[in-house]
Ligand binder design. Structure first.
Ligand SMILES: C[S@@+](CC[C@H](N)C(=O)[O-])C[C@H]1O[C@@H](n2cnc3c(N)ncnc32)[C@H](O)[C@@H]1O
Length: 234
């Protein structure tokens, strides 16, 4: 590990907004923050948004600045990436931001029923060889994990350059009978004007990976949806 990375990892331990559970805690099924984010960390009842696979946390930081009375948690397994967002949150004394270093497979360890209002999946790994959906974080296997903590009217937002991820996500939405709110296969060129000014500001946030994909001419897909209502089903 390089010197800079070591310094960043050491600095992360000093950031009050960063949670780095041990493997044992991650697999325990019940981290001590589960169901307690409002009461013990944010100290308010505002909505909570997760950015899963947040990398440097561009959406987490941008949304937290735009909505200071709401709460935002960036989740990623890679500490070196999380450091960037956490450093900004710390320097800017942002009280409505946390970062959680963990594998998304274990996300149910950290959040309880109805604890989360929105989920952003930003430029997620498409996992083209994952036929069963055990790795792709927009598959119905993952969406059913999210259902356990997302409010019934909660929204999942997917922004991606990847045709594979977009197509597989659309298949999962159809299979799961989830309800699409917005859907565009070419956000900036075809459909940007159809969004409200607030949503345009949000959708205009460019992540590290998005900048790279735009630079090589990729078009950006965006879909938002609510999970199907299973309350009436047997
Ligand atoms: C392509 S990058 C996108 C990062 C960032 N959202 C962006 O747009 O710049 C995908 C991110 O997801 C994270 N990731 C992938 N699979 C993950 C998993 N199972 N659990 C946690 N993080 C994961 C990676 O570490 C990486 O930072």
């Amino acid at each position: 590990m390089g010197k800079k990375k070591r310094e960043h990892f050491a600095e992360m331990k000093t950031f009050p907004c960063v949670f780095e559970p041990t493997n044992e805690q991650m697999t325990s099924g019940a981290h001590h923050m589960k169901g307690k984010w409002h009461e013990e960390f944010f100290k308010n009842d505002g909505p909570i948004t997760l950015e899963l696979g947040c990398g440097k946390g561009e959406y987490t930081i941008a949304l937290a600045k735009k909505y200071p009375t709401q709460n935002f948690i960036g989740v990623d397994v890679k500490g070196a990436r999380i450091w960037r967002g956490a450093k900004t949150a710390d320097e800017d004394e942002m009280k409505n931001v946390a970062f959680l270093r963990t594998k998304i497979e274990f996300i149910n360890t950290y959040f309880d029923k109805n604890e989360v209002d929105h989920i952003w999946l930003t430029f997620s790994d498409p996992q083209p060889k994952d036929k069963k959906g055990t790795k792709r974080i927009t598959s119905n296997i993952f969406l059913e994990r999210y259902r356990k903590f997302l409010k019934p009217d909660g929204v999942v937002h997917v922004k991606t350059d990847s045709d594979v991820l977009y197509e597989k996500t659309m298949e999962a939405i159809e299979e799961g009978n989830h309800q699409i709110i917005h859907n565009t296969d070419d956000l900036y060129v075809k459909d940007f004007d159809s969004f409200s000014p607030d949503m345009q500001e949000i959708l205009n946030v460019k992540t590290f990976y998005e900048e790279k994909f735009l630079a090589v001419g990729k078009n950006i897909h965006y879909v938002s949806f609510r999970l199907s209502d299973v309350s009436n089903q047997a």
